[in-house]
Design a binder for this molecule. Structure first.
Ligand SMILES: NC(=O)c1ccc[n+]([C@@H]2O[C@H](COP(=O)([O-])OP(=O)(O)OC[C@H]3O[C@@H](n4cnc5c(N)ncnc54)[C@H](OP(=O)(O)O)[C@@H]3O)[C@@H](O)[C@H]2O)c1
Length: 415
C-alpha cells in the first residue's frame, strides 16, 4: 500500500505533536516528509531523527546562524544519504516554512501554525494541488474567499484523477478543528441543500457563567486553564474570550458554504458533542466522541476511511448529564464581534483576526487587561469600517490589511 506522505507545519505545537502521535500509530499508512516549527529547533531535530525526515524549516529568521541550525543542515544531508533520498533541505525564515507546503514529494500538508502566519501556507498547499489538513482556522477566517475556490479546484482535479472517494466530498480541504470535523462527518451522505442549521458547540471556556465585573482582574494563568481541552496559548485565550468560537463560526461559513443565519453556537460544557447538523425535516445529527484531538486529526488524514485510534471510547453509562445553554455574548463580546465581522465580510475578518492576535499577545505579556482584548478588536474593526471594508482580491492585499490592523492594535494597546 502506498503511504500518504505528509508535511507537518507547526510540528512542536499541541496539534503538531498529536499529529506525530497519529503517525506513530499508523506508520504503515502515513509517512512524514517535512516538518516546520517557529523556534524550538532541538525538538524539531529530535522529531526529524525519529521519523527520518529530510526536509525541515525553522520560521524564526533570527535563528539562521544558530549552531543548532548548522546541526540540522548536517543531519538532513546525512539522513538523505543514508536513505537514498534524492535531496534534503533545511530552511530558515517564513519563506522556508511556506516552501514546505509545495514540497513535490508531499501529498498532504497539515497546517498547525498559529494565526494569520498560516494563510500563505494554506494557499500555497492548495495552489500546488495538495490536500490541506487544516488546524489553522485563521487561514479561513482571513482568506476564506481565496482558499475555498482553490479547494474546489483541487477537489475537481482529484475527481478527474480518480483520487476522490466514490461518494462524498473529494477531500481537498479536511478540517482538523473538532467542531468542523464533526460537521463534516454529519454531512457525509447528506444533501447540503437540506441542511437548515449548523450547531457549533462550545465548552464555554473557563469563565462560563461569570459576569463582566467578575472578568475585570483575570490573569493570563487563569485564562490559560481550559476546562476540557489542552491546547496552545493563543487558542486557549481565544477559547476563554469565545473569540475561538467566533473564528469557528466564520470557518464554518466558508467550509460548508453556509449563511451566517444558519450557523448557531450552543454551549455544551462537557464537550462530548463536537457539533450538530439540523436538517429541513427537523432531524438533528450530532457527532460525539472522547475529547481527544487525535481523533479529528486522524480522520483528516484517513478520510474516506476510518482507522483504529488509541483513545478510550466514550462510555455513555458514565457520561452523566449533557447540558446546553445559549452563549452570553454581552459578557463575551468577541463572539458577537466575530459574527459581525463575518457577516460584513471582505477584509473585516482579517482586521478582527490581526487585532485579536496582537491583543492576546499583549494580554499574555500583561500589557493590557483581559477585557481590553475585545475592546481593542472592536476599536480596530470600527476604524476599518470607517475607512471602508474592501472586497478580498489577493493575498498581498490581505497581508497589507493585516499589517495595518496590527499597527493599529499595537498603538491601541500602548495607549
Ligand atoms: N490545540 C488544539 O487543540 C487546537 C484545536 C483546534 C484548532 N487548533 C488550531 O490549530 C492551530 C495550532 O494550534 P496549537 O494549539 O497547536 O498551537 P501551539 O501549541 O502554540 O503550536 C504552534 C506550532 O506552530 C509553530 N509556529 C508558530 N508560529 C509559527 C511560524 N510563524 N512559523 C513556523 N512555525 C510556527 C510553533 O513552533 P515553536 O514550537 O517552535 O514555537 C508550534 O510548532 C491554531 O490555529 C489553533 O487555533 C488547535
Amino acid at each position: 500500500m502506498t503511504k500518504r506522505r505528509i508535511v507537518v507545519l507547526g510540528s512542536t505545537g499541541s496539534i503538531g505533536t498529536q499529529t506525530l502521535d497519529v503517525v506513530r500509530q499508523h506508520g504503515d499508512q502515513l509517512e512524514i516528509v517535512g516538518l516546520a516549527v517557529h523556534g524550538r529547533v532541538d525538538e524539531l531535530l529530535s522529531q526529524a531523527r525519529e521519523f527520518g525526515v529530510c526536509h525541515l524549516a525553522v520560521g524564526d529568521p533570527t535563528l539562521a546562524d544558530d549552531p543548532r541550525c548548522d546541526e540540522g543542515r548536517t543531519l538532513v544531508r546525512e539522513m538523505a544519504t543514508a536513505s537514498g533520498a534524492d535531496d534534503a533541505s533545511f530552511g530558515v525564515g517564513p519563506e522556508a516554512v511556506a516552501a514546505l507546503a509545495t514540497l513535490p514529494e508531499a501529498d498532504v500538508v497539515v497546517n498547525a501554525l498559529v494565526g494569520a502566519a498560516g494563510l500563505r501556507a494554506s494557499y500555497d498547499t492548495l495552489a500546488a494541488g495538495k490536500v490541506l489538513a487544516l488546524a489553522n482556522k485563521e487561514s479561513l477566517v482571513v482568506g476564506g474567499d481565496l482558499i475555498m475556490p482553490l479547494a474546489a479546484r483541487v477537489d475537481a482535479e482529484r475527481r478527474a484523477a480518480g483520487l476522490a472517494p466514490a461518494t462524498g466530498p473529494a477531500g481537498a480541504l479536511m478540517p482538523i478543528d473538532s467542531e468542523h470535523g464533526a460537521i463534516y462527518q454529519c454531512l457525509l451522505g447528506e444533501n447540503v441543500r437540506e441542511v437548515s442549521k449548523l450547531w457549533v458547540t462550545a465548552s464555554g471556556g473557563p469563565f462560563r457563567g461569570r459576569t463582566r465585573d467578575e472578568l475585570v482582574g483575570i490573569t493570563p494563568a487563569q485564562a490559560l486553564a481550559h476546562p476540557t481541552w489542552n491546547m496552545g496559548a493563543k487558542i486557549s485565550i481565544d477559547s476563554s474570550t469565545l473569540m475561538n468560537k467566533g473564528l469557528e463560526v466564520i470557518e464554518a461559513h466558508h467550509l460548508f458554504a453556509m449563511d451566517y443565519d444558519k450557523i448557531e453556537v450552543v454551549v455544551q460544557p462537557q464537550s462530548a458533542i463536537h457539533s450538530m447538523v439540523e436538517f429541513t425535516d427537523g432531524s438533528v445529527k450530532a457527532h460525539l466522541g472522547t475529547t481527544d484531538m487525535r481523533i479529528p486529526i486522524q480522520f483528516a488524514l484517513s478520510y474516506p476511511d476510518r482507522w483504529e485510534a488509541p483513545v478510550a471510547p466514550l462510555d455513555f453509562r458514565t457520561l452523566g448529564t449533557l447540558e446546553f445553554a445559549a452563549p452570553d455574548t454581552d459578557t463575551f463580546r468577541c463572539l458577537a464581534l466575530a459574527r459581525h465581522a463575518g457577516s460584513v465580510g471582505g477584509t473585516l475578518p482579517a482586521v478582527m483576526n490581526a487585532a485579536n492576535e496582537v491583543a492576546v499577545a499583549a494580554f499574555l505579556a500583561e500589557q493590557i487587561a483581559y477585557l481590553d482584548i475585545a475592546a481593542c478588536v472592536e476599536a480596530a474593526m470600527d476604524a476599518h469600517e470607517r475607512e471602508g471594508v474592501q472586497v478580498v482580491e489577493s493575498l498581498d492585499q490581505l497581508e497589507a490589511v493585516d499589517r495595518w490592523a496590527r499597527a493599529f492594535a499595537r498603538s491601541w494597546c500602548a495607549a
